[in-house]
Write a protein that binds this ligand. Structure first.
Ligand code: UDP
Length: 479
C-alpha cells in the first residue's frame, strides 16, 4: 500500500440497527487495520455502544474514531433517545423511525463539509447520503449487509415479479434469470411485493434498492468470492454491478474481548459460557439464536423448548426475555430438567465466541446474513428458520447451494415473529443436523467453507486482495 492510500479517510455510516451497525463497525476496523483513517458516523446513543466496540482495537490502532450527529427524534414524533431499531416502542412506530432517519441528512452534510473524507460507505437505507457526498465530489460505496445471492435474487424478482404470475400461495415458481433454478412460493415474500407498495416503509425500501446503481460508485459486500462465486460473477456480468467482496467481516475480531463487544452488552459472563462449553464434547451442542429483531411469541418459544427437549441434544438457546418477564414461555420444570444439558441466555449472547467453540455442532438461525455468515466462518452447519427481510433467500443459499443446512420448514414471511413452527419440526430438523451420515456430510462441507473463509481474509486471500484493489482505486481516484 502506498503512502497516498494510507492517508485516505473513509466515513462509515451505518443504519441504526444491530444487524447493520455490527458489520459496519467491523468494516471500519478492517479499513483502519490497513492503514486508512476510519470515521464511524452515528447518533449519540449508538455512539456509546460503538465506542465500546472499538475500545480494545484502539489500544493498538489509532486510526478509528466515532463522530456523532444529532437525531432529532422528538421532532419526528418518536420518544426521546429512540435512536436504534431496537428501541422503537411499538410496531406502528417502525415507519416513523425509518422516515425520521431522513432528518440525519442535514447534520451529515455539515460533517461532510467539515471533514471532507475521500469516500463514504453508506448503508443502503441512507441512499440520500450518496446525493450529499456527490455535491462535494465524494464517491459513495453502498453497503447492503446481505449475501451476494440475496442481492441478485432481489434484483431478479424486482425486474420480473414472478410472484405475481402464480395462481396460489403454494404454487412454486422459479426466479427468472437467477442461476441455480431457485424455486420459491409466494408466502415467502413480503405481502407488499404481491399487493403493491402502498405504505411508506415499502416505498422507503423500494427507493433504497433503486438507488445503488444510480447514485453509488459501487458496493462493499460482507461475503467472500469463493462462497458465492457464481452469483458474484452474475452480479458483475449480468446485472452490471460493481462490488468489492471483503468478508467475512466478523473475522477481523481476533481476541475474546473484541468478539464479546459486538452490539449490546452480553447477558452472561463470557468465562462462564466458555467454561460450560469446555465441558462438552466437540460438535455436541446446538446453538439457537434469532438475531437482534425476531421476537417470538410465548407459544412459539414453548414449541422450541419442547422440540429441543425431545431431540435429546444439548443446547445454548438465546431468548429475548429477562428473568423479570413471566416465565410462561417455558414448559413447566424445563430448566431444571435441562440442567447441565441446556443453557438459556436471556438477552444478548456473545454469538461469535460461542459459534467458534469446538463444542458447537449446529446453529439454528433465522438466516439474517450476519448470523448465517458467522455460522459459515465458524464451520457450523445450520437449521434454517427464516422469518422476514431477505432471510428466505439466505435459506436457499445455505440449504440448496452450499448444502450445509436443513430447513425447519418455515414458509411464511411475517416480520419479527415468522411462521408458526411446531415442536415436531424443530425436533426433526435438530436431529437431522446433529446425527447421522447426512449430518456428517454437511459438517464436513461447513468445515471446508470455514477454511476458505479464513483464507479469504488472510494476506493474499480473495477478500484481502479485493480490499487492496478498492484502496488502490480510491487512492488513484484522488489524484
Ligand atoms: N448477535 C449477537 N448476540 C445475540 C444476537 C445477535 O452477537 O444475542 C449478533 C450476531 O452475531 C449478528 C447480529 O447480531 O452479528 C445479527 O445480525 P443478523 O444479520 O444475523 O440478524 P438481524 O439482527 O439483522 O435480524
Amino acid at each position: 500500500m502506498g503512502s497516498e492510500s494510507s492517508s485516505l479517510h473513509i466515513f462509515f455510516f451505518p443504519f441504526m440497527a444491530y444487524g447493520h451497525m455490527i458489520p459496519m463497525v467491523d468494516m471500519a476496523k478492517l479499513f483502519a487495520s490497513r492503514g486508512l483513517k476510519s470515521t464511524i458516523v452515528t447518533t449519540p446513543v449508538n455512539a456509546i455502544l460503538i465506542s465500546k466496540a472499538i475500545r480494545k482495537f484502539q489500544t493498538h490502532n489509532n486510526n478509528i474514531h466515532v463522530e456523532t450527529i444529532e437525531f432529532p427524534c422528538s421532532k419526528a414524533g418518536l420518544p426521546e433517545g429512540c435512536e436504534n431499531g431496537d428501541l422503537i416502542p411499538s410496531p406502528d412506530q417502525v415507519p416513523v423511525f425509518f422516515q425520521a432517519t431522513r432528518l440525519l441528512q442535514e447534520p451529515f452534510e455539515k460533517l461532510l463539509l467539515q471533514e471532507k473524507p475521500d469516500c463514504v460507505v453508506a448503508d443502503i437505507f441512507f441512499h440520500w447520503a450518496a446525493d450529499s457526498a456527490s455535491l462535494l465530489g465524494i464517491p459513495t460505496l453502498a453497503f447492503h449487509g446481505t449475501s451476494i445471492f440475496a442481492t441478485c435474487a432481489l434484483e431478479c424478482v424486482r425486474l420480473h415479479e414472478p410472484q405475481k404470475n402464480v395462481s396460489s400461495d403454494s404454487e412454486p415458481f422459479v426466479i427468472p434469470d437467477l442461476p441455480g433454478e431457485i424455486k420459491m412460493v409466494r408466502t415467502q415474500f413480503p405481502p407488499s411485493s404481491i399487493k403493491g407498495k402502498t405504505n411508506p416503509i415499502d416505498r422507503f425500501f423500494e427507493e433504497a434498492m433503486d438507488s445503488e446503481k444510480k447514485k453509488s460508485y459501487g458496493s462493499v459486500v460482507n461475503s467472500f468470492y469463493e462462497l458465492e462465486s457464481v452469483y458474484a460473477d452474475f452480479s458483475r456480468n449480468e446485472l452490471g454491478r460493481k462490488a468489492w467482496h471483503i468478508g467475512p467481516l466478523s473475522l477481523c475480531n481476533r481476541d475474546i474481548e473484541e468478539k464479546v463487544q459486538r452490539g449490546k452488552d452480553i447477558s452472561i459472563d463470557e468465562n462462564e459460557c466458555l467454561k460450560w462449553l469446555d465441558t462438552k464434547k466437540p460438535n455436541s451442542v446446538v446453538y439457537i439464536c434469532f438475531g437482534s429483531i425476531v421476537n417470538f411469541e410465548d407459544s412459539q418459544l414453548r414449541e422450541i423448548a419442547l422440540g429441543l427437549e425431545v431431540s435429546g441434544q444439548q443446547f445454548i438457546w438465546v431468548v429475548k426475555r429477562t428473568k423479570k418477564d413471566a416465565e410462561e414461555w417455558l414448559p413447566e420444570g424445563f430448566e431444571k430438567r435441562m440442567e447441565g444439558n441446556g443453557l438459556i441466555i436471556r438477552g444478548w449472547a456473545p454469538q461469535v465466541l460461542i459459534l467458534e467453540h469446538q463444542a458447537i455442532g449446529a446453529f439454528v438461525t433465522h438466516c439474517g446474513w450476519n448470523s448465517a455468515l458467522e455460522g459459515v466462518a465458524a464451520g457450523v452447519p445450520m437449521v434454517t428458520w427464516p422469518t422476514g427481510a431477505e432471510q428466505f433467500y439466505n435459506e436457499k443459499l445455505v440449504t440448496e447451494i452450499l448444502k450445509i443446512g436443513v430447513p425447519v420448514g418455515a414458509k411464511k414471511w411475517v416480520i419479527m415473529v415468522g411462521d408458526s413452527v411446531k415442536w415436531e419440526a424443530v425436533e426433526k430438523a435438530v436431529r437431522k443436523i446433529m446425527v447421522g451420515e447426512e449430518a456428517e456430510e454437511m459438517r464436513k462441507k461447513a468445515k471446508v467453507l470455514s477454511e476458505l473463509a479464513k483464507s479469504a481474509v488472510e494476506k493474499g486471500g480473495s477478500s484481502y486482495c479485493d480490499l487492496s484493489a478498492l484502496i488502490e482505486e480510491l487512492g488513484s481516484r484522488r489524484h
